[in-house]
Ligand binder design. Sequence first.
Ligand code: PAF
Length: 287
Amino acid sequence: MQFIREKESLRRAVAALRAQGGRIALVPTMGALHAGHMALVEEARARAGHVVASIFVNPRQFGANEDLATYPRREAEDARMLEAAGCAILWAPDAGEMYPQGYATTVSVSGVSEGLCGAARPGHFDGVATVVCKLFNQVRPDVALFGEKDYQQLAVIRRMAADLDLDLEIVGVPTIREPDGLALSSRNAYLSPGERAASRVLPEMLRALAAAIAGGATVAPALAEARERLVEAGFAKVDYVELRDAETLTPLGTLDRPGRLLAAAWMGRTRLIDNVPIVPEPATHRS
Ligand code: PAF
């Protein structure tokens, strides 16, 4: 695996991969890799002959009071994992290489970026869309893979790629979970043992809520009850529990098409997000 920090070297290395033939996949990450990231790499290997992984803790997607300074960084260990998983290139620029002096451009995707995490983290999705657009232009992959755990991020990236006529396939990979259901996240490392134990209520709540709504429960009171359940389980603050259209992310008052239940809540000082699919149960026909 080639470990690359400069755009010029990246261009040459990607051109050499292209010359060998086969598709190129990109797995963008912020490092501190776990089994969720490795599932993206595995899926990338199944879909392309060459895999480029990137590690860049993108300052533009962190708010002023967020965890940019403390975000876990384990580059050497990450590099070993990516090499063992068969990546051809690790692209790990520093902030000056990604955003040189005078950098002045932001990619902003309206609609899907609004509400949910977009409301709680103003500017976050502008930062994500900007860096992902740059990564796409730097690597020029045929396919790029993202976890469904960040479901709104995936929707933002799909919208951006369609709107900007980016010629690549965007693939969402299902969330990898701990045995008790908690979605894997680099931020889970912030949780104390007690907080970690209580956090399992987030996926439990989503599963129960999906079953209740698919079984006919009225949406608004079911969502309110779910928020209550999180507070009772020890979550300090609930940013949202919402039912949205699975594709456009517009709010759904009734489950009349495929949807997504999405939640974000604070366990102590750690913000956890999760989501599950939900589909209307087929109508039963009587003869
Ligand atoms: O999901 C992430 O790790 C980041 O938001 C991404 C897509 C690598 C952009 O910085």
